[in-house]
Design a protein around this ligand. Structure first.
Ligand code: HEM
Ligand code: SF4
Length: 511
């Protein structure tokens, strides 16, 4: 089909290759691809279409692939974590897993020929990576303490799972939703603290009572991009819990059929809402949903500051606790994953939860076992009480694996936070987010201090640098931060951060 026959507007180059062959088509070709070897593949299949299966060719480490899973609500069991650990263990020092800012895992170091076997293992373990990259719906995020939080209004786990199952046809792939104009994020908040960052999702459901009934207000259009960042806006609609999957699919179909496919810089959902106006958009969603939507409840139930879940906290089940472990910049090695799985089973219910702060939570710990748990050697690495500057550190992948990166992020983020911890006393945690380039995968706009990689000139040389964002507010009345400083060379960053912490975050210099 020629592009002009496919749609009246001029299609961008990504749309053209999707018209030539749908991304999901590589699912049936993978075995053959793996026999051919990645070097022999068509470049568009290799670099783009494989992302429909969650397979990322990494130009920085050719031959070592990244696999992005999808883990609805960020919840795994110990056996699943062991399967993932054994996958990355095979690759020795090259193998690792990153907890992502969407409660997800990205596995690293994978050799291409292993994928057919890995997909069999995932399927047997009840895991999937389908539709996790490119123009698909990303991991569905929900409350990391769903089902165990005394303050929650609803358990978001079955809701996130239902949305994922609808969009992916239970993990087997659903061609209805594999050709969106652009990526798409969905989140379901279940408690009073907006632990999912509702505001930065294309669709967010936030708890809200209407006439005494529980349901969700719907927010739409939140997104980050290099050129534009917008917080989600109210759709002025209220839905009950059992409608979330159907409404999500209806909104996706509106986006699929009417979102712009001309300019990729202007194709996220908010651009369609801008183009049409909210009323027309809402009417189109109602038509697709097949029924009218009641107006939003006047108030939602987001009333708290965001919790970070680190440390040991009581569950709503009497006598049980959950433990939030801090994972420095979200990186896990295979032996650590095995050990986490063991701890989850020995001390708890065997569940492992992932958080958007790139940390993890174990659940179901009995009071009598807490002392022994606290003595576990792994807690020296994955602390229950990390220092305030490390505690809320978030970082995207950066130059080690990502070809878009303008700076190295994770190691630098950790080193700087540790250095500053030695120099300063802090009484409050400071949310510092690093992102390697303007794509903002590390979400600097939601941070107290956000650092975005760039390049600048210093002493006649091009050097790694950051733009600094401040003012991001999370939880109730969430707000996106703005850029306050430009092009600070990374080598000069420490004193700048030190001053900011002293002046704005109540830090004092250590003697
Ligand atoms: C054109 C824009 C973007 C491009 C090309 C892009 C590309 C990428 C790539 C290549 C990776 C994988 C890197 C690796 O781990 O090896 C990645 C990771 C990720 N991206 Fe993006 N991205 C874009 C925008 C965004 C935005 C706006 C968000 C949401 C705020 C986002 C969220 C993520 C997340 C959560 C990860 C996982 C890694 C992490 O937690 O740091 N991306 N992105
Ligand atoms: S922000 Fe840039 S460097 Fe970081 S993962 Fe995204 S694309 Fe890569």
């Amino acid at each position: 089909m020629t592009p002009s026959a496919a749609a009246p507007t001029k299609l961008n180059k990504f749309e053209k290759y999707k018209v030539e062959k749908d991304g999901l088509a590589v699912k049936d070709e993978l075995k053959q691809f793996s026999e051919l070897g990645w070097e022999a593949l068509d470049e568009t299949d290799l670099v783009h279409r494989l992302k429909w299966l969650g397979i990322f060719f990494r130009p920085v480490t050719p031959g070592q692939f990244m696999l992005r899973l999808r883990i609805a609500n960020g919840i795994l069991n110990a056996e699943q974590l062991r399967v993932l650990a054994s996958i990355v263990q095979r690759y020795g020092d090259d193998g690792s897993a990153d907890i992502t800012t969407r409660q997800n895992l990205q596995l690293r170091g994978i050799r291409f020929e292993d994928f057919p076997n890995i997909f069999e293992q995932l399927q047997q373990a009840g895991l999937t990576s389908i539709q996790s990259g490119m123009d698909n719906v990303r991991n569905i995020t929900g409350s990391p303490v769903a089902g165990i939080d005394g303050a929650e209004f609803i358990d978001t786990i079955p809701l996130c799972q239902a949305i994922q199952d609808a969009i992916t046809n239970h993990g087997t792939g659903n061609p209805e939703y594999t050709n969106l104009p652009r990526k798409f994020n969905i989140a379901v908040a279940g408690g009073p603290d907006n632990s999912v960052h509702a505001e930065i999702n294309d669709i967010a459901y936030v708890p809200a009572f209407k006439d005494g009934h529980f349901g969700f207000n719907v927010l739409v259009g939140g997104f980050f991009s290099a050129k534009r960042c917008e917080a989600a806006i109210p759709l002025n609609a209220w839905v009950t819990a059992h409608q979330l999957a159907d409404l999500s699919c209806a909104i996706l179909r509106v986006f699929r059929d009417h979102g712009s496919r001309a300019n990729r810089q202007k194709s996220r959902l908010m651009w369609l809402i801008d183009d049409w106006g909210l009323d027309q958009f809402r009417a189109a969603v109602e038509a697709e949903f097949g029924q009218s939507l009641p107006d939003a409840a006047p108030n939602d139930e987001i009333a708290w500051d965001k919790r970070d879940h680190i440390g040991i906290h009581p569950q709503k089940q009497p006598g049980l606790h959950y433990a939030g472990l801090h994972v420095p910049v979200g990186r896990l090695k295979a032996d650590e994953m095995f050990e986490i799985a063991r701890l989850a089973q020995v001390y708890g219910h065997g569940d492992i939860r992932l958080t958007v702060e790139q940390n993890l939570i174990l659940t179901g710990l009995e009071t009598a076992k807490l002392d022994a748990f606290r003595q576990e050697p792994l807690l020296k690495t994955f602390s229950l009480s990390p220092a305030p500057l490390v505690r809320e550190l978030v970082s995207c992948t950066g130059a080690k694996f990502c070809n878009f990166a303008l700076v190295e992020t994770k190691q630098r983020a950790l080193a700087l936070a540790q250095d500053l911890t030695e120099e300063l006393n802090l009484t409050q945690a400071v949310r510092i987010h690093w992102t390697g380039c303007p794509n903002s995968c590390g979400q600097p706009q939601v941070a107290d201090i956000g650092l975005m990689g760039t390049k600048t000139r210093k002493d006649g040389q091009t050097v790694e640098a950051v733009d600094i964002y401040m003012g991001g507010k999370v939880g109730k009345d969430a707000q996106l931060g703005e850029r306050v400083l430009k092009s600070i060379p990374c080598d000069d960053l420490k004193p700048v951060l030190r001053d900011l912490l002293l002046e704005k975050f109540g830090a004092t210099a250590r003697a």
